[in-house]
Design a protein around this ligand. Structure first.
Ligand code: UTP
Length: 236
């Protein structure tokens, strides 16, 4: 891999369905970076995953606002980031940047930077795109638990088709099809949400969504192999 890269790692890759931490998987992921060279900045943004959703559901039960729910998602994603930093040890900057300013300071140290959320009203995918825009990333990668972006929800529809390439307008149509309720509530932002799309449209960062369930795909991607799986999002 050459240049600056930002990777969003979905919370689904950090926890099992029983809410256990996938420690070996996290170690496997971090080792990929430890054993491979890169000549640019690496920023990893962690999602909140199941623990975030559990806290958010409980806050909703107490009639907490969506903004309050979001703050729980942010805190949990930062704890997840801290866990990755623990795994990276000296390879990573030791603190989780909580603002763009803190990130700018972290960048001076030439270490892998691991972050969680920033402010309410968005997903960690939006955070990742904001920081990708900031560092003028050559590449933005989303690692999730499905193969990429489908024409409909693959967890609900067996005949959902994986889209290998997709442009901004097509992505917008898919996001709009999901409906407001499905994509704007705390804990419910989808693989790619409307806020993220807006940032992508203005920054035009080279974006790929792929499964991180089997990290061999990610290794191929990192090593620059063209035949990797997933969805590429581009302007045209
Ligand atoms: P995500 O929804 O991005 O994490 O953040 P996730 O669920 O693990 O991601 P996927 O599903 O794998 O892609 C968890 C929640 O934290 C809040 C939102 O409520 C979000 O749904 N959050 C996160 C914010 O409010 N602001 C942020 O900057 C980041």
């Amino acid at each position: 891999m050459k240049g600056n890269i930002v990777i969003k790692i979905g919370g689904s890759l950090l926890f099992t369905k029983d809410n256990e931490i996938k420690s070996s998987k996290i170690a496997e992921f971090c080792n990929i970076f430890k054993t491979r060279k890169n000549n640019g900045n690496i920023i990893i943004v962690c999602g909140g995953g199941l623990p975030a959703r559990r806290y958010i559901n409980s806050v909703r039960f107490f009639n907490g606002s969506e903004a309050l729910c979001d703050t729980f998602g942010i805190e949990i994603s930062r704890i997840n980031a801290k866990l990755l930093i623990a795994c990276f040890q000296d390879y990573a900057y030791p603190q989780v940047p909580k603002t763009i300013e803190e990130l700018s300071v972290a960048l001076l140290f030439n270490k892998i930077i691991v972050m969680g959320g920033l402010q309410p009203g968005q997903s960690t995918t939006s955070v990742a795109l904001e920081v990708a825009e900031l560092i003028q990333a050559d590449k933005f990668l989303v690692l999730t638990d499905v193969e990429g972006i489908y024409d409909k929800d693959p967890k609900k529809f067996n005949d959902a088709q994986l889209l290998k390439k997709i442009n901004y307008d097509q992505l917008q149509e898919i996001i709009l099809d999901l409906g407001e309720d499905d994509q704007a509530a705390a804990g419910e932002y989808r693989i790619f949400d409307a806020v993220s799309l807006q940032i992508l449209k203005r920054s035009e960062i080279n974006t790929t969504i792929m499964s991180g369930t089997n990290l061999n795909n990610f290794i191929k991607f990192w090593d620059g192999e063209k035949s990797t799986t997933g969805t590429e999002i581009s302007k045209e």
